[in-house]
Structures are given as structure tokens and as C-alpha cells.
Design a protein around this ligand. Structure first.
Ligand SMILES: Cc1cc2nc3c(=O)[nH]c(=O)nc-3n(C[C@H](O)[C@H](O)[C@H](O)COP(=O)(O)OP(=O)(O)OC[C@H]3O[C@@H](n4cnc5c(N)ncnc54)[C@H](O)[C@@H]3O)c2cc1C
Length: 413
């Protein structure tokens, strides 16, 4: 074994948003903290790469300004956010429908009232569900009985037909599953944040979010390219054979390494997603909005360069389309056909820039789903990440914050 590094109060393993949020809170409380990250940059599942002048996020995802952890931690101006238009488009065999909260975009009111999207009963039921989710204090939403999202829509009086046309394709893109089996509690909280906030992308790519968190760490606290191989009685052992002593260790890795480092922790199953990035000579849409498919041949698609022009070099359009599970050539061919229909334009001339498959993208969240769980595993050992809360940026950072509170409480005791 090589020589030990300086001791620290707390060592955080993993520089995703959970680990970074945890480390920021610990440092703010005056505790000495070090973050060790296996890869060459921070961000974990929220990273962006540059390929041939395009910004490519490691799987398409969006940033919601209404998440409580987002509001608490970020200067939104600094992230230079570009918004999607509120609402989304639904591709159906009979044409494209626009779904939007009419209080945000009054121009979409005639679409809503035309009856093409839903009849008056469904619209009234949807209005009531949305008003409740938006206006009730979050504590009330959290205490409501937990069922599946599908049961919640039925309980709200929304017809199966409307669920199939609107919610099923949309929710599939949010939870990466198209059976509506995710916890209703989680759905209501996410729906609330969508109604109250704005869906955006940072100009520099989704990776700007963890980079902004890391920028607030004390100088020298972050060590990249330092995978942790195991926990010891006194801290951790890196894959390079260096022991780093610490009074407390917080494992903030993705689920695979977390299971290896802390075999006693029970982890949920995870969902896999693939995002295809296509390049076209011009935007097939001309609008910064999400498009979902009632046939569910893809989860969602959007022209990223319509949202953030600098995602593509001048004169090119970058289109991101996600599908459940792993990709492959045959799947990409089928996808092109579906996209040609959805965008109403030929896709044969599009180039495939790259595809990103994320095996452990989001935890499965069946009901009853605890929104937060203790991070304590054993004396001096903690675990945090989206698997301890909800599969989202909010959940990951909230879990990191909880780990920091529990560590601080224990150290002070
Ligand atoms: C394609 C996709 C789309 C998504 N869409 C959304 C969305 O629209 N909205 C939303 O809110 N959320 C979305 N999410 C979820 C969100 O990105 C995650 O919940 C969140 O980023 C998880 O953060 P984390 O810190 O828990 O884990 P991670 O980001 O996985 O971070 C774990 C870190 O630990 C490091 N690590 C692993 N092993 C070791 C080791 N042995 N030693 C040291 N370091 C190690 C990893 O390299 C990584 O940096 C999406 C996720 C994906 C993948």
C-alpha cells in the first residue's frame, strides 16, 4: 500500500450532483471535506461532451427551475438557461396536438377547447388535478396515499383514452417507463414542479450544473481520476492503493459501485435509456419544444439547437431522441421512420452523430415510494444518491443534503 494522504473529516466518494451537494453543505458547516471522483470530470450522469462542434449531453435530460434544491443552490443567471416552450407536442396518426397550460400560453387555448386533445370532462379533471398539484403545500402532496400514476389518473376522473393520448407518452419520457407504474406521489411532485417552473437547458450543456456546484468547493477539495476500491476501518482505499483516512465516508456513487462498496445497502433496480443524436441541415421543427409520440416508438424528441443554438455549429441542427432500453442499428433505422412521420420531413439525409446508452439512468420507483431515506449505513459510513430519494436532480441533491445533515449531527455528537 502507498502512503496515506492527509486525513480529512469527511470523504465523499463520487462527484455527481449528490456527492457535490453533500460536500458543499459540509464545507459550508466548517467541516474539512474531500471529494474523490473516479472519472476525469465531475457530473456523473450529468455530463456533456463536445463532438465535432456539437454539445452532446450524456443522455438527453432537462433542467427544471422549480425544484427546491435547484432554487436553493444555483444562481440561475450564471447557468445561462434557455427555456423550452411551456407544454409539449403530441404526434398522433391524425396530426400534431399541442398541450400547454393555457394560463402560460393563452394562444393555445383554442387548441384545448377544440376538443381535439380532450373532451370537456377530461379537461375539467386535468384542470382540477393540476390545480391541486400546483397549489397544495408539498407536505400535503407527500402525505397522500401512494399508488401508481395510472391509478392516480383514474382516481382523478381522467379517461383511459386521454391517459393514452397525453399522459402515457409524456410520463414515459420522465420516468423512462411506459406502463405508468411509477409512484403517484413522485408523479404529483414532478407534475407540480413542471407547472410551477420552467424546463430549460444551460447554454454550456447539462454538465454546467454539476460544474457550478463543484466551483463552490474549497480549493483542493476535489480529486479527479481517483477511483475508490474499498472502504477500510479508517477511511477508503483508492484503486491506486492509497489510503485516505477520514472520520466519516459518504458513498455517493451510481448504484453499481455503491453495491460493491457497501454490500449491506439494498439498491433499487434501474432503468436504461438510449439517446440518439442526429444532425440535419436545418431544424425540422423551428420551435424549442418537446415532441412525444402517441405510438410510443420513442420517449421524446426535440431539436436541441432550437432550444440552445450553440448546441450545434452554425447552419446545422442537432436532434435528440430517446428510447427505452439499449439501442442498435436496427432500432435506429426504425427510429428514423418514426421521426420522419413525427416531424413531417425526410430523415434519410440526417447523419447519426452519436448514441448514448445509460444503463443505470433512473431508479425504478414503484409505490409505496419513500421520498427520502436515511443515509446512515454504519458508524462513520453513509450512502446518498438518487436511489435514496427520487430519480432526479432534485432527489440526488436532496439525498446529498440529508447525508451532510446526518454526518454533521453524528460528528458533533
Ligand atoms: C438520460 C438521463 C436523463 C435524465 N433526465 C432527467 C431529467 O430530465 N430531470 C431530472 O431531474 N433528472 C434526470 N435524470 C436523473 C439525474 O441525472 C440523476 O438522478 C442524477 O444525476 C444522479 O446523480 P447522483 O449524484 O446520484 O449519481 P451520479 O450522477 O451517477 O454520480 C455518481 C458519481 O460517482 C462516481 N463514481 C462511481 N464509482 C466510483 C468510485 N469507485 N470511486 C469514485 N467515484 C466513483 C461516478 O463517476 C459519478 O461521477 C436523468 C438521468 C439520465 C441518465
Amino acid at each position: 500500500m502507498s502512503s496515506a494522504l492527509d486525513a480529512t473529516d469527511v470523504l465523499v466518494v463520487g462527484a455527481g450532483v449528490a456527492g457535490l451537494a453533500c460536500a458543499r453543505d459540509l464545507a459550508a458547516a466548517g467541516v474539512s471535506v474531500r471529494v474523490v471522483e473516479a472519472s476525469d470530470a465531475v457530473g456523473g450522469r450529468m455530463r456533456s461532451d463536445r463532438i465535432d462542434g456539437f454539445v452532446v449531453d450524456r443522455g438527453f435530460q432537462v433542467f427544471n427551475t422549480a425544484y427546491p434544491q435547484v432554487r436553493r443552490r444555483f444562481d440561475l443567471k450564471e447557468l445561462r438557461l434557455r427555456p423550452f416552450t411551456p407544454g409539449f407536442l403530441v404526434h398522433t396518426p391524425n396530426g400534431r396536438l399541442t398541450f400547454c397550460d393555457p394560463t402560460r400560453r393563452p394562444r393555445t387555448l383554442p387548441d384545448l377547447l377544440s376538443g381535439r386533445l380532450a373532451g370537456p370532462r377530461d379537461l375539467a379533471a386535468l384542470g382540477l388535478l393540476s390545480a391541486r398539484d400546483m397549489l397544495l403545500p408539498p407536505g400535503r402532496l407527500k402525505r397522500r396515499p401512494d399508488t401508481t400514476a395510472r391509478t392516480a389518473f383514474a382516481d382523478a376522473g381522467i379517461s383511459e383514452e386521454f391517459v393514452e393520448r397525453l399522459f402515457r407518452p409524456f410520463v414515459a419520457g420522465v420516468f423512462l417507463e411506459d406502463e405508468l407504474e411509477t409512484s403517484s406521489r413522485v408523479f404529483h411532485l414532478v407534475w407540480r414542479s413542471m407547472l410551477r417552473g420552467t424546463i430549460c437547458l444551460p447554454t454550456g450543456g447539462i454538465g454546467s450544473v454539476p460544474r457550478a456546484l463543484a466551483a463552490g468547493l474549497p480549493a483542493g477539495a476535489l480529486r479527479l481520476e481517483t477511483p475508490v476500491a474499498g472502504l477500510t476501518d479508517h477511511g477508503v482505499l483508492t484503486a491506486g492503493g492509497v489510503e485516505i483516512p477520514a472520520r466519516a465516508v459518504v458513498v455517493a456513487t451510481d448504484p453499481g459501485p455503491a453495491a460493491a462498496l457497501l454490500p449491506e445497502v439494498v439498491l433499487p433496480d434501474y432503468r436504461t435509456v438510449t439517446t440518439y443524436y442526429h444532425v440535419a441541415a436545418r431544424s425540422p421543427l423551428g420551435e424549442p419544444t418537446l415532441l412525444v409520440d402517441v405510438g410510443r416508438r420513442f420517449l421524446n424528441t426535440c431539436v436541441l439547437s432550437d432550444v440552445v443554438p450553440s448546441y450545434a455549429p452554425p447552419g446545422r441542427a442537432l436532434i435528440a431522441t430517446s428510447v427505452i432500453g439499449r439501442g442498435g442499428q436496427a432500432r435506429e433505422r426504425e427510429l428514423r421512420a418514426a421521426l420522419a412521420e413525427a416531424y413531417g420531413t425526410g430523415t434519410d439525409g440526417w447523419d447519426l452523430l452519436t448514441a448514448r446508452t445509460i444503463e443505470d439512468a433512473l431508479p425504478v420507483m414503484p409505490p409505496p415510494h419513500p421520498l427520502t431515506r436515511t443515509t446512515r449505513v454504519a458508524p462513520g459510513r453513509y450512502v446518498c444518491g438518487d436511489h435514496r430519494a427520487t430519480g432526479s436532480v432534485q432527489g440526488a441533491m436532496a439525498s446529498g443534503a440529508r447525508a451532510a445533515r446526518e454526518v454533521l449531527g453524528d460528528l458533533r455528537r
